[in-house]
Design a protein around this ligand. Structure first.
Ligand SMILES: [Zn+2]
Length: 177
């Protein structure tokens, strides 16, 4: 007697796959609007122009543009090859059936449900990208504000030290009476 298990899709079956097309696009930097600089207004009203941190990579100067990934899941019709593996790594630990590189959770019998799932994925990806962009923006902004106030404090301290040093130098130069 042979044990049999039911599989969701059979070899040779025509199915719809939630394709995962993605592309890298270059867009104008949302922080500096392509001007490569941002103006920070300090608490005392003083305006400071800073190199945009959002569109600069590492030590490179700002470019005025940023690159981001855009996902475009769209239904694709395909004919399934043989079942190659079964594991429990599906969403929420569900059983996953793999047909080569195609996974059961990405496969549908009909185009309609596949399209709905693609729409859901695209929305989720877009929300994720947006969330990351905002987090990056906030962290870059706080870094910038921190550096600007750090160096302003450094300048003030050094100026005061210089004043003190000049006063002492002047005292040293005084000819004794
Ligand atoms: Zn920028």
């Amino acid at each position: 007697m042979t044990a049999t298990v039911e599989i969701p899709f059979a070899e040779g079956q025509e199915v719809w796959w939630a394709g995962n097309a993605s592309e890298k696009v270059t867009v104008e930097c949302p922080e500096c609007c392509g001007t490569r600089a941002i103006t920070m207004v300090k608490g005392n009203g003083e305006e400071v122009s800073l190199a945009c941190g959002m569109c600069s990579l590492g030590f490179d100067p700002p470019r005025g543009t940023i690159t981001e990934w855009v996902w475009n899941h769209a239904p694709q019709k395909l004919t399934l090859g043989p079942l190659t593996s079964v594991d429990n790594h599906g969403p929420d630990g569900a059983t996953r059936y793999c047909y080569g590189s195609f996974r059961s959770e990405d496969l549908f019998n009909n185009e309609g449900p596949c399209q709905l799932d693609c729409n859901r994925r695209n929305t989720e990806r877009a929300e994720q990208v947006e969330k990351q962009a905002i987090a990056r923006l906030e962290s870059k902004r706080s870094n910038l504000a921190h550096s600007a106030s750090y160096w302003a404090t450094q300048c003030r301290t050094i100026r005061e030290d210089l004043k003190r040093a000049e006063a002492r130098l002047a005292a040293c130069k005084k000819t004794p009476k």
